[in-house]
Structure formats: structure tokens, C-alpha cells
Design a protein around this ligand. Structure first.
Ligand code: B12
Ligand code: SF4
Length: 485
């Protein structure tokens, strides 16, 4: 069977743009989520042929024509869902093949999806490999009711086969099928899940608050395979990379023994784990060049309320310790506040933080602040605070504009504070970074992987918004996403 795996494009993106962007922001661009590549490997292991594509609904026709799939499998985190649905509708118009959907959004919203639309034949819930394997290998005449992890419609009724347990042994999975996809910086996972409980994060409820580690030898084998594919930099995309000293030393030993310690590594980790000096030394030895750390907020009350186990005191200690190491440190911030109406106080907190960041800059370490907005996506503990209940509101979940109206914030203030934070961030990037981003966005509209008609419409719209209607850059980009992506 030929299976087409689809990663829905949710932003003006193209291969050329990814190449340009990767010069400055190379960690940001990995065109294909690892989940799809794991599933593609499972399909191949079971005798099927996998095709993996980044698709926009206007480019579906071309892909179907050349691949002629027997099954289409679409992946969707929350921001991808509107595009996934458009793609599925387009496919159903063109060919009659089953379409399945999996990922974060369907895991938490499967009932809602099946109630709202008929385009998905099966919706997969949670970790996908085992469910998908059983689905592919089911006997021709048998149903799927004994395969946990699937929801579907039978007549007007919605059937749910029950939640599947997490995969006990991650090493039983085949390595992701990377051969057909070229990453600028390829991603790998040494673990799945996280032991922390941050209330704004989906991971706890997706992976049940558990951290599962892979065997170090298997991770080393996978890195060796990636080296053979020609990669020189590896990005660990674990939610909270296991900075457990035993695990790290073993990994370090394996990398040395296999001559892999001369590759460059980057990883994401919790601030609490990365404060330890021994851990920092080990990371340096391992040739880690970039670490991404969730500092999250400059507001103490936010940390307490969201159970981050972080305090302003800890943030200062962290900056002080890490600033002597030769790392690029991506500092993730959530722009928000519980006292959102007190804008001057929030601005003061933000200023204090950026001033501290400035004070600790200038040594070996390069800080790169990355502000986000508070997004109560389905699946996180605070998702109930979101006012989103209608399908049209899904546009509010768009990447970059994920400014979901919720009872914890006031939209206008948040937008202003977000812009303020972005502006303060620029001074930590190479000179001209702001201009570079604007130019990049303009190029991306010209070159993005959507049809030519769409590109013309988008550019005309942008010109109208900015020059005639006088929308701000933020508002006009938001309108663009809502209309075309
Ligand atoms: C790498 C990454 C990125 C990278 C690259 C994204 C990519 N294309 O890979 C970048 C930096 C670009 C990124 C950006 C964003 N990301 Co991100 N990202 C991740 C991260 C850390 C790893 C993704 C991954 O490889 N996972 C590992 C694989 C094995 O898991 P998986 O993809 O979920 O797939 C499994 C299942 O979901 C399921 N499955 C998935 N698809 C399908 C399809 C079918 C048919 C089936 C059967 C099963 C199935 O089976 C798979 C195997 O078990 C995840 C966290 C995480 N642990 O997943 C966050 C995560 C996915 N990102 C998230 C968010 C919010 C974003 C942003 C919106 C942030 C923002 N505000 O801008 C943007 C979106 C922009 C975009 N273009 O996608 C959230 C999504 C939350 C949600 N509820 O939807 C996550 C979960 C982080 C979090 N802590 O909350 N991200
Ligand atoms: S935000 Fe990071 S540390 Fe907190 S639960 Fe999510 S993955 Fe874990």
C-alpha cells in the first residue's frame, strides 16, 4: 500500500525560504515533525511504501497526481488543524481513499472533530506508532474496535476504542525514516514526556506526566546513522532533555567512543536541571553549542500559579552560572501576566529581566530571547480558560499569533506587551535582525509553497492592508494568516 504522510503547511513557507532563514535561525527550521517520520518507518517496516510531504491545500492536487496514495495520514498539532481540514476536504474531492488524522489536536479534540466534519475516516489518539501498526495489520474483514487509540463515526454515532497505554519500550520502535527528507538541522529524541506539571503545557496530559528514556546505545546508533547521512549538527528535541548526570555521562562516553563528540549538539531543558555546574561542564564537553531554556515569565505570581517550580531568584542564578559557558542560550518567555491590566508593572518586570540579561551578556554566552504569548491549547490544564468553542475561532490558534482570548488576559494589552518584548529582544540578535525578518516575510509571500493565484492574492492583500487601510504590521499579518493559511 502507498501511504502519503502529510505535514500541513501553516505559514508562508518554501524550501528556499527555509534555507535563507536557517542561516540565522537554523534551529527553528525542521520541515517535518519527527512523529510523521516515526510513523513512516513503521509503515515501511510493515511492507508499505511511505511518502512524506509538507503540503498546503492548494498543492494537494499535484502531490496526489504523482503519488496516487491508497491511504492519507495527516498530522496536526493545534495550529495545524484548520489547514489539515482544508487539505482533507480537497483530497476527498479528488480521490476516494481513507484519510486518517493524528497528533496533539485530535488527541484532545477528537469528539469535537468528528462532530464537526466527515472528512476524516479515523482519528488517532495519543502516541501513534503501535496503534498505527495494528491498524495497518488488521485483518481485511475485522473492524478496528479492538485497537485502542482510535475514534471514528459509524452512521451518526461516534465510536471510541479507548485510550492506549504509552509505549513501554521506546527502543522497540524503528528509527524515524529520515532518508527522504533533508533537514537543515535534524532532530532526534532521547526521551519522551516530561516530569514537570506546567499548567500551560500540553505535554503532561499527552504523556501522562512521565519521562521515558531511550537506551543510550540506541541513541548513539541513531546519531551514527545521522552522521552517515551527512549531518554535522544534531538537535535533541526532547521536551525536557534528561540532564540526569548518570544518563549524560553515559551519553558522553558513547559519543566519544564512536567519534561523534565532534558533531555539534543543541537541546531544550528545564531551567532547574540546567543550573547544575557539573551538568553545564558535561554539556560543554559534549560539544553542545545551543541550549533552549524555558524561563517563561518575569512575573513571580505567574510561576506560582502555573506550577513551573521557577522563581525570579532562580532565573538570576541561572543567568549568572550559564553566562560563562560558550553556548547560545535561547531564553523562552511567555508574555502574559495575571495582573494584565497593570501594564506599567508588567513592563517594569520585563525591563528588569532584559536589564539582567544585558548585564550577564558579553561573556562567552550569547542570549537569544524568544517571546511567545500565553496559549491555552487544548490539552493543557488551563485550556478551560480559553473562550474558544466555535470552529471559526480555530484561527486564533495560528502560530505566531496564538493570542487566544481567555480569562487570564486582555487581548489588546497582551499584543502591546508582546510587541514591546519583541523590540527589546532585537538588541540581543545580530544588527539588522528586525529588518531581516521583515524582508524575509516579504520574500516568503513571493516564494511560499502555495499556488501562484494565492501568492498574488496575498501580496495584493498585504499592500491594501498596509498602504490603504493602514493596518499595523502585526494586524495585517494576522489577517493574512486567517485568510490564506
Ligand atoms: C520540534 C517542535 C517544534 C519545531 C518544529 C516543528 C516540527 N515541524 O517538527 C518548531 C520550533 C518549528 C515548533 C514550532 C511550534 N510549536 Co512545536 N514542538 C516541537 C516539539 C518539541 C517536538 C515535536 C516532535 O518531533 N515530537 C515527537 C514526535 C514523536 O511526536 P509527535 O509529532 O507528537 O507525533 C506522535 C503523536 O502525536 C502521533 N501522531 C502525530 N501525527 C500523527 C498522524 C497520524 C496519522 C497518526 C496515526 C498519529 C500521529 O504519533 C506520533 C508518534 O508517536 C513538540 C513537543 C513534543 N514532544 O512533541 C512541540 C509542540 C508540538 N509545539 C507546540 C507549539 C505550540 C508550537 C508553536 C505553535 C509555538 C508557537 N506559539 O509559535 C509553533 C508552531 C509552528 C509550526 N510551524 O509548527 C506544542 C503543540 C501544543 C498543541 N497542543 O498543539 C508542542 C506539543 C509543545 C508543547 N510543550 O506544548 N515546534
Ligand atoms: S513547559 Fe517544559 S518543563 Fe514545563 S511541563 Fe512542559 S515540557 Fe515540561
Amino acid at each position: 500500500m502507498k501511504i502519503l504522510f502529510v505535514n500541513p503547511l501553516i505559514e508562508p513557507s518554501s524550501t528556499i525560504i527555509q534555507k535563507i532563514f536557517s542561516v540565522v535561525d537554523e534551529d527553528l527550521f525542521s520541515p517535518m515533525p519527527l512523529g510523521i517520520l516515526y510513523l513512516a518507518a513503521v509503515a515501511e517496516k510493515n511492507g508499505h511504501v511511505s511518502f512524506v510531504e509538507n503540503l498546503h491545500f492548494t498543492t494537494v492536487k499535484k502531490a496526489l497526481k504523482s503519488i496516487k496514495p491508497d491511504l492519507v495520514a495527516i498530522s496536526a498539532a493545534t495550529p495545524h488543524y484548520p489547514q489539515s481540514e482544508k487539505i482533507a476536504i480537497e483530497i476527498k474531492k479528488l480521490i476516494d481513499v481513507p484519510i486518517i488524522l493524528g497528533g496533539y489536536y485530535p488527541t484532545f479534540q477528537w469528539r469535537h472533530i468528528l462532530e464537526e466534519t466527515n472528512v476524516f475516516d479515523y482519528v488517532f489518539i495519543g502516541e501513534g506508532e503501535k496503534t498505527f501498526e495494528e491498524f495497518l495489520n488488521r485483518k481485511a474483514n475485522s473492524g478496528i474496535d479492538n485497537i485502542p487509540g482510535i475514534a471514528y463515526k459509524k452512521g451518526s454515532k461516534i465510536k471510541y476504542t479507548g485510550r492506549r497505554k504509552l509505549i513501554r519500550d521506546l527502543d522497540s520502535l524503528p528509527f524515524p525514516l529520515r532518508s527522504g527528507v533533508r533537514f537543515k538541522v535534524p532532530i532526534i529524541l532521547a526521551s519522551r514526556g516530561c516530569f514537570k506539571n506546567c499548567s500551560f503545557c500540553t505535554i503532561k496530559n499527552f504523556y501522562g506526566g512521565k519521562l521515558r528514556l531511550r537506551n543510550v546505545d540506541a541513541v548513539i546508533d541513531e546519531i551514527s546513522q545521522m552522521k552517515r547521512l551527512g549531518y554535522k549538527k544534531i538537535f535533541f528535541r526532547d521536551d525536557n532533555f534528561p540532564l540526569n548526570k548518570g544518563y549524560l555521562s553515559k551519553l558522553m562516553g558513547g559519543l566519544r567512543k564512536n567519534n561523534l563528540h565532534n558533531l555539534e549538539y543543541s537541546l531544550m531543558a528545564d531551567l532547574n536541571s540546567i543550573m547544575d555546574s557539573e551538568v553545564l561542564e558535561l554539556l560543554k564537553e559534549m560539544n553542545v553549542t545551543m541550549v533552549s531554556v524555558g524561563v517563561q515569565s518575569t512575573d513571580e505570581a505567574f510561576h506560582n500559579c502555573m506550577q513551573t517550580n521557577i522563581s525570579l531568584q532562580k532565573i538570576k542564578q541561572f543567568l549568572k552560572r550559564i553566562c560563562v559557558y560558550p553556548f547560545t542560550v535561547r531564553v523562552y518567555l511567555i508574555v502574559n501576566a495575571l495582573e494584565i491590566h497593570n501594564v506599567p508593572k508588567i513592563k517594569k518586570d520585563i525591563d528588569n529581566f532584559f536589564d539582567a540579561l544585558q548585564r550577564y551578556s558579553g561573556g562567552n554566552c550569547r542570549f537569544r530571547p524568544v517571546p511567545f504569548m500565553l496559549d491555552p491549547f487544548p490539552g493543557c490544564d488551563i485550556s478551560g480558560t480559553s473562550n474558544i468553542d466555535k470552529k471559526e475561532d480555530m484561527n486564533l490558534y495560528r502560530a505566531e499569533f496564538c493570542n487566544i482570548k481567555n480569562s487570564l488576559q486582555c487581548e489588546k494589552n497582551i499584543e502591546d506587551l508582546f510587541e514591546y518584548c519583541i523590540k527589546r529582544s532585537y538588541s540581543f540578535y545580530p544588527r539588522g535582525y528586525g529588518v531581516y525578518r521583515v524582508l524575509l516575510y516579504a520574500c516568503s509571500l513571493l516564494l511560499c509553497d502555495v499556488s501562484v493565484g494565492h501568492r498574488v492574492q496575498m501580496i495584493a492583500n498585504l499592500v491594501y492592508d498596509r498602504l490603504v487601510a493602514g493596518y499595523s504590521s502585526y494586524q495585517s499579518r494576522k489577517r493574512m494568516y486567517e485568510k490564506y493559511f
